[in-house]
Design a protein around this ligand. Sequence first.
Ligand code: IMP
Ligand code: MG
Length: 185
Amino acid sequence: MKTVDRMEDAIERVLLTKEEIGERIRQVGAQIASDYQGKKLMMVGVLKGSVVFMADLMRAIDLPCRIDFMAVSSYGSGTVSSGAVKIIKDLDIDLHGYDLLIVEDILDSGKTLHYITKMLSDRGPASIRIVTLLDKPERRTVPLTPDYNCFVVPDEFVVGYGLDYDEVFRNYPHIAVLKPEIYQE
Ligand code: IMP
Ligand code: MG
């Protein structure tokens, strides 16, 4: 990856501003709060891409809830899925009786969420749903639709607001496309 002094220098264009993201998360959070009235909500964030989204979404849901995190292997340093999903950090909390809401940054091929949903459903939760910040439906290889999604995006590699390229740009506040030269060594 080509290195830059300021993140702005690497950005080709911004797809979604932090203001647009914040406004949409408030809507989705209100919808989730209304759907989970009287339920035992546990939000499960998939590390590391979901951390920024999780932090904003949980505060947009006006209900008592618990949170936990798990980490699975993802794309490594490239931009194409290896297909391999491996648990790197498991949950701390027993899931029996909880209404799980899996929180993911982006639904791409669908392999990661397909695997996680199957694994967690074997642990006796009352229900499982998925909320994603971004959905790239054109890239789906496993049939999976998020129960809640904030934005549909075109088939382009995006960074920022938790999403990385080679572990960088997670702290960029907007969702953006990188300049092509950044991908070169
Ligand atoms: P899937 O298993 O193909 O659905 O991949 C999901 C994971 O791939 C996400 O959690 C991201 O970590 C990563 N990913 C997919 N598309 C992008 C992208 O455009 N930018 C950054 N990460 C991505
Ligand atoms: Mg990633």
